[in-house]
Ligand binder design. Structure first.
Ligand SMILES: Cc1cc2nc3c(=O)[nH]c(=O)nc-3n(C[C@H](O)[C@H](O)[C@H](O)COP(=O)(O)OP(=O)(O)OC[C@H]3O[C@@H](n4cnc5c(N)ncnc54)[C@H](O)[C@@H]3O)c2cc1C
Length: 367
């Protein structure tokens, strides 16, 4: 009998999983809270083993064709002078020359195109209840529909709804990294073509990526000793938090704030890692940020999402017993996740050094 799987979340992890599950003969449903696969975000990297996976999925050429012509990062001072540069090959390369930086939107579109046929997508919907039985999971959707699936996969990001329903509250698993970040489109005149320009103070990081003919992203990050409470659905309140944190700073911060104010696409979140003792419970499994978000300073969120989905899908294809497959996923993928998550502090001290002295050393030491 054909087995069925419900995947929650149509982004990097969920679309990768949808492709594999379809290919391995499952009946696949994908539920996504947004009206379409979720767009937005600054460029992301497809690195290391995920390049081999992309080849297996038949999308490596499309990913390479969308590769951004990035030269590197320029470190700026408050007056707008370049103090140093770090070339893209020197920034966390796993396979120098092969690792590919690509717009997040492009990667989502490539994965979606590759996982369209024969998959039931349900947009503007989400799972509101999960009940596990021995032979199935009964799912209630927000629109009131109730259905049964053999398996449910949570690929719904850092604030995963499936995780909350099947494993418990987010607070148990989210480890705050003492910063908040925002991403929004910005005018290309604020950047330098094919570069990321970065301005750092001991508490703030402002970055403009201009890697495309007609498109640039602004990226504003600030440190916070404690978590700030805010409404996740109130965009204006989130914008105000960023504006207040960047008050009075130099370089192009005032213009970036103007861009942020008028941005329609705005992504804001806390910097955090998700750490869990197991990514499966009963017939439910988590992949990508939902199970093991590594945080952006690692530069590995997408790579980990693609790899995690593939390791789980392969295990499910290899083993008739799902318990064995889930155990295999938990055991074989854990060393990769833990090693990667541990690199976040190197990434943070590179991107956001603690003192002005450390910033100067980083900026000028890389000239
Ligand atoms: C809009 C956006 C912008 C981002 N920008 C950056 C960036 O600039 N830099 C960076 O390093 N990383 C960014 N990320 C995170 C990055 O995409 C992930 O770290 C990584 O690619 C892992 O992907 P994922 O599929 O596990 O999670 P995500 O990419 O976070 O995708 C989760 C998906 O689940 C959907 N979803 C959420 N809740 C529910 C629910 N209850 N039910 C159904 N669907 C749900 C979301 O709409 C989204 O489509 C961004 C993510 C998003 C969503």
């Amino acid at each position: 009998m054909i087995k069925s799987v419900l995947i929650s979340g149509a982004s990097i992890a969920g679309l990768t999983m949808a492709y594999w599950m379809k290919r391995y003969g499952y009946q696949v449903t994908v539920v996504e809270i947004g009206p379409a696969p979720r767009m937005g975000g600054s460029p992301i990297d497809v690195r290391g083993d995920s390049l081999d996976t992309a080849k297996r999925m038949g999308i490596l050429d499309a990913i390479k064709a969308a590769k951004l012509p990035s030269v590197g990062l320029e470190f700026m001072n408050a007056a707008g002078e370049v103090e140093g540069i770090k070339r893209v090959e020197e920034i966390g390369a796993i396979r120098p020359g092969e690792d590919t930086e690509i717009r997040r939107d492009d990667l989502v579109n490539i994965l979606y195109e590759n996982a369209k046929g024969g998959i039931d997508y349900r947009f503007n919907n989400r799972v509101v209840d999960l009940t596990q039985q021995e032979d199935a999971v009964t799912v209630t959707f927000q629109d009131g529909t109730v259905e049964k699936y053999d398996f449910v996969i949570g690929a719904d990001g850092i604030h995963s709804g499936v995780r909350k329903l099947a494993f418990g509250p987010e607070e148990q698993f989210a480890h705050f990294l003492n910063f908040y970040f925002s991403v929004f489109p910005t005018d290309t005149s604020l950047g330098k073509k094919n570069y990321g320009q970065i301005y750092t103070t001991p508490t703030n990081l402002a970055l403009v990526y201009f890697y495309n003919e007609d498109y640039a992203d602004g990226f504003l990050t600030f440190k916070a000793k404690e978590k700030i409470s805010y409404n996740r659905y109130d965009i204006d309140a989130q914008k105000r938090l960023v504006i207040d944190a960047f008050e009075g700073l130099g370089w192009k911060v005032p213009q970036l704030i103007d861009e942020l104010k008028k941005a329609d696409t705005f992504y804001f979140d806390q910097g955090c890692q998700i750490k869990m003792p197991a990514w499966t419970t009963g017939r439910v499994a988590l992949i990508g940020d939902a199970g093991y978000a590594p945080a952006f300073p690692t530069g590995m969120g997408s790579t980990l999402a693609i790899q995690g989905a593939t390791v789980l899908a392969d295990a499910m294809a290899e083993n008739d017993q799902y318990e064995v497959a889930f155990q295999q996923y938990n055991e074989t993928f854990r060393p990769t996740v833990e090693a990667l998550q541990a690199t976040v502090y190197d990434g943070l001290s590179f991107l956001m050094p603690e003192t002005q002295e450390a910033i100067n050393i980083r900026n000028k030491g890389t000239q």
